[in-house]
Design a protein around this ligand. Sequence first.
Ligand code: GAL
Length: 696
Amino acid sequence: MRKQQNFRWEQLSLGTCYYPEHWDTGLWREDLRRMKANGIFTIRIAEFAWNKIEPREGEFTFEFFDRFLDVAEEEQMKVIWGTPTATPPVWLTEKYPEALNCRMDGVPYRHGMRRHYNYNSPKYQELSERIVEKIAEHYAKRSCIVGWQIDNELNCEVDEFYSESDTLAFREFLKKKYGTLDNLNEAWGTIVWNQTYTSWGEIYVPRTTIHNSTNPHQTLDYFRFVSESCIRFCKMQCDIIRKYMKPGDFITTNGMFGNLDNHRMEDACLDVYTYDSYPNFAYCLDADPKNNKMLKDRKWSMNLTEVRSICPHFGIMEQQSGANGWNTRMEAPAPKPGQMTLWAMQSIAHGADYVSFFRWRTACVGTEIYWHGILDYDNRDNRKLAEVQRIWERTRAVAGAAGADYRAAFAVVKDYDNAFDARLDVWHGRVEESSEKEIFVGAQEAHTPYDVLYINDWTDPEELRKYPVLIYPHALILTEKRAEVLKAYVQDGGTLIIGARTGQKDMNGHCVMAPMPGLLKNVSQSDVQEFTFVGPADEAVAMNWNGKTVETGIFNDILETDGPDAKVLAVFENNFYAGRPALIETAAGKGRVLHFGGTFTRENIRDFLAYTGVLEPFRDVISAPADCEIAVREKDGVSYLFVLNYAAEEREIVLNREAVDLDDRKTVQGKVILPAYGTKVYQVSIPHLIYAPRGR
Ligand code: GAL
């Protein structure tokens, strides 16, 4: 069962990231006053400032931030304090090189960047504990402090750890998990290629090999180990801060990165989750051209959907406010007028109640001189500051939306075992990544908002019941408990859609010697007889679904019915399996399972959503072009309809019923023109989502 979110922002509010140590002290007060004049009443500080508090080992000085917090309190500025462990000082790594993280070949990452430490060095843990304790002890009672950020972007930049300390800790993790080497050898299939271990000391974190191909079962455990290590490091800091923090203050961290069970971290130690949203990455010089198929900056709505699954009412600790760029990489153009607002509204539409811009002023020194903030080096008022001012007005206009819930028509089911496995297994990774992105694009273009729902062995069935339709695209790994929860959901009236490869593996990543879809077979009453990926040289494979030709994606499971309640909905149209079942529907209890022998595409997802009755749930309220996003948040029976135009040109939308434009409080209906990058928020009555089952 998930923990309830401990902390929520009571009102929509704005913040910024401020680095007092980067600026002349004479600028502090003026900066804070200018922030307030433009709607910013909260700042995050200190997350890289270890040296300012412990300039030499064991020498602590609080004077610098005491002075700054005095100014903050005089100016009534609220402060979120970031613990400084993302960047150990040079005195530390010089004296204790074991604190450094290493590349896979064992070469340490040196000083000069950040996040060059590992979570498992006892020395680094000890020094981190001490600095966090000193900071919390000294500053937690300050009235300006409202919250704490742990570290900075845990697992960002690098999410693999190969130091000596990691190997030692990995052995302990494995001893606890397996008890005996026999168990471990069995779980890791070490019989293959003479990997059998005869002592714990022979085991390492994955190391450099030919092609860097490592034992997949070992790597799966290794990713779980990295996640556990990170959560332990985060929790260690949270436990310390909790001893000192004032009631009502919160602890967060700014995520969301790989090899980390963010949900578990949230439940184990945080009060609220925050995310760093940089949609301008879509326009970087080195942006992945595939991203063009991914709706560019709108792709961040997919990330925000994930964030919402971790914590429904989250914050944005860093929101894009200028062009990207380090002095070495990641250059992107300046946001066009309106884009800053668009991206801030995108965050709010998806559930953010706090939006903090990165950063107040662009750094004049260091790696990040091109990662632009609100103000530029010259410190003059500019159009970005004017846009912040306008965003402030907008947040006041939609103040009622604070704490409102996002309304989803269906959910995509995920879990970390499959996420980790998809990262190490090319077949798994390819189908997972493709379906995930394609479902997102298809659902976005069809104005069908959805949630992501992570499950595990202790998921409460109630969490699933909220959704009429669940899509679990490629659950290669299944467990008895998860299969039970899914079955209960179906019996209870839900529609479960599963795709190719479902049920291939167990928790160790072994392929199960049983027909797929494995543990779901008795409810799906279907059988995978054969399978193949569709190679680049193959012609695309389609299925015939009720007379319509529908894509089947990049991988095909050739199905057969296997029970009295299963019926074939569609058959493959080509390749050597033409005429054989591609989609099977099975009634079970009050619900049904759709077993699809393919991967999801932006085209076929519409057919699935239409068939299951959840396509375009707000169509009675609004009609909008595909390049505008629609989102609805609801609180106390009041619905807030967000319309976001990502296009560089104006777009026409049609309000099919009366709505109140929250910017000017005028009632409108019919055609409305949104300017390039324009956004609107309407208060409108939407009694309930329109689920119209069509296929049953
Ligand atoms: C984030 C990070 C910030 C800053 C920003 C721009 O990932 O948390 O500290 O570096 O990116 O690069």
